[in-house]
Design a protein around this ligand. Sequence first.
Ligand SMILES: Cc1cc2nc3c(=O)[nH]c(=O)nc-3n(C[C@H](O)[C@H](O)[C@H](O)COP(=O)(O)OP(=O)(O)OC[C@H]3O[C@@H](n4cnc5c(N)ncnc54)[C@H](O)[C@@H]3O)c2cc1C
Length: 344
Amino acid sequence: MSTATPTRICVIGAGAAGLASAATLRRAGAEVTVLERLKVGSAWAARYDCLQLHTVRWLSGLPGYGIPRSSGKWPSRDAVVDYLRAYATRNDLDVLTGAPVARVDREGDGWTVRVAGGEDVRATRVVVATGYSNVPYLPEWPGTFAGELVHSSAYRHGGPYLGRRVLVVGAGNSGAEIAIDVARAGASEVLLAVKTAPGLIRRDTLGVPSQLLGIASARLPVGMVDRIAATLRRAAFGDLSELGLAAPDRPYSEFLRRRVIPIVDVGLVRAVKDGRVAVVAALERFDDGKPVLADGCYFIGLGNVDMWYRGTLRVESRDGQVFASGDLYAFDLSSSGMAEQIVG
Ligand SMILES: Cc1cc2nc3c(=O)[nH]c(=O)nc-3n(C[C@H](O)[C@H](O)[C@H](O)COP(=O)(O)OP(=O)(O)OC[C@H]3O[C@@H](n4cnc5c(N)ncnc54)[C@H](O)[C@@H]3O)c2cc1C
């Protein structure tokens, strides 16, 4: 049964998009109700503790009320949540929280928005602003992992990983930041499994946010942006191909082709150069409870070495550094060149 509530426009979702739409529509004279399944800004509130905006504060605000200066150049997760809540209050938005929309039906000349466990809302227009990154995606790798498998949406901080070996799968921005975070928190070993070498940009150069180049690039010839981006990357990071992070020749064309946002470097490159995070091949499957990487390398616990090789091993890098003696790190004994010799 529809309980008519006199709402002209119903916005579903009280994240940045929903709040900005609601405030703008309201300013234009519409009557607007926002339905939010949890709380205002809950998508941001649920993200990992160390998250900061990659987009600079003064280009990240919503219409009519920017993010306060006190949030700094790169506002933290909590500052973003506070801002979204202040934005709703300041714009006097009618937000119904704890109102999960289950479905929307066309009825007569309008819509009936059905709230699970709540009253239906009638609207002439509906804005769906439920976010594009709120449903975790976990690929179905063949086999079963014997360890703990955690999706990035459930990751909060590195505390639980102290002294543990961690394989972070996927080199997007979340993967890169989580790899650094667990390394900082004292994980005994951190590997970052990379399928396609990611684009890499600095968050800013000499104080100028890379976001500005991103905005300008839409108006510049693709070849010119490619040259600028390749030069900036070379100048910022040098050649990382030996470390598993080869640079594309034409970074901007590659971005246009794949539509994958480059990693905004907030410490990954330093961590890879220092050996706190090691880049390895993509995760392919689980075998006997253990990850197997696309280059055929096993990622196994040191205690399980004899499952792979029986005997005492000594693994050296080109500069003579001993990576394992008596024990074996069974990753990266591949063509990537980290291990020069294996002495049985
Ligand atoms: C790790 C990470 C870092 C990011 N960093 C940046 C950055 O630095 N700069 C930037 O511009 N963007 C960044 N983004 C992208 C960012 O998520 C978006 O810019 C912004 O949060 C999207 O806002 P949104 O309103 O579309 O969605 P969301 O913020 O996801 O909000 C959607 C809202 O809809 C609600 N909802 C969902 N389903 C229902 C339902 N059925 N009924 C009622 N309510 C519902 C949710 O609870 C949520 O509150 C980042 C994203 C991630 C994942």
